[in-house]
Ligand binder design. Structure first.
Ligand code: NAP
Length: 260
């Protein structure tokens, strides 16, 4: 399927690995020129070279922390006319509600709520002027069904979700479409780390820990970055213009509900 976005320009935050990279690959496959971002320059450069070589699109990199003002300014300087913005950053650390004080809360709110909001604030005016834009925020299934040990994520990302709910409906008439993608468990370095911690805590092998984790999902597995990237690319396509302010859960059916 031709997504109709060949030649568009995208900023993909936090994209040297994992879900961000999955999205970058699928946008590149659709012919989109990319500005990729991550903190570690070597991994980022390797990813950029691989994607540019495979898909023949232009790929530039901005090796900065997107959760800082300097990082965001560097991204905006490198790509001042983005047609597509993929908001993403590392998730907050696990813990329990009593672990987190003001410092931890401010960090989570900055990283997983304010950072995407500030990038949207900077990029939406240009999209509105050009009468076309697509924004996909990578949030989390924790917005819909709280994960006890990820209270920082449950809360900070819910704030972003509220912002998107209102804002998406104000910019849609200008051809600017904002949606959120909510990953459930996907095979990335982040979940690999979780599985390693479960194996160590329970003194079981990595394979056992992974098999248990997979068995808990209706599909019997975790999602892939490729599947995730394809869903995101569709939300960035010419055909997503009537999908506004939605929260699409990609979790293999793990959220048990008849509807919604
Ligand atoms: P991942 O595999 O650990 O990849 C994270 C990517 O983001 C890397 O490229 C990393 O590169 C970059 N990154 C992290 N912090 C950054 C920052 N401050 N500035 C710029 N780049 C940054 O993670 P993932 O699994 O793809 O997860 C992506 C997001 O989805 C996270 O917020 C996570 O909480 C959320 N999520 C994931 C899952 C899942 O199952 N995977 C489920 C629910 C929610 P550098 O380290 O070099 O910066």
């Amino acid at each position: 399927m031709d997504l109709g976005i060949k030649g568009k320009r995208a900023i993909v935050c936090a994209s040297s690995k994992g879900l961000g990279r999955g999205v970058a690959e699928k946008l590149a496959e659709a012919g989109v020129n990319l500005t990729l971002n991550a903190r570690t320059e070597s991994t980022l450069r390797a990813t950029a070279d691989e994607i540019a070589g495979k898909y023949g699109v232009t790929v530039q990199i901005v090796a900065e922390d997107v959760t800082t003002e300097a990082g965001r300014l560097a991204l905006l300087r490198a790509e001042p006319n983005a047609d597509i913005l993929i908001n993403n950053a590392g998730g907050p650390p696990p813990g329990v509600w009593s672990d987190w004080g003001e410092e931890e809360w401010l960090k989570a709110i900055n990283n997983n709520m304010l950072t995407p909001i500030l990038l949207m604030n900077a990029i939406l005016p240009g999209m509105i002027e050009r009468k076309w834009g697509r924004v996909v925020n990578i949030t989390s299934g924790s917005v819909k069904a709280p994960i006890a040990q990820l209270g920082l994520s449950n809360a900070a990302r819910s704030g972003l979700t509220g912002f998107v709910a209102g804002t998406s409906r104000q910019v849609a008439r200008h051809g600017v479409i904002i949606n959120n993608l909510l990953p459930g468990s996907h095979d990335t370095d982040r979940t690999k780390g979780f599985i390693e911690r479960i194996a160590a805590t329970r003194n079981i092998s990595l394979e056992e820990a992974r098999a248990e984790a997979y068995a808990g999902n209706p599909t019997g597995r975790y999602g892939t970055a490729e599947e995730f990237g394809a869903a995101a690319a569709f939300l960035c396509s010419q055909f997503s213009g009537f999908i506004v302010g939605q929260n699409l859960l990609l979790d293999g059916g793990a959220f048990n509900s008849t509807m919604g």
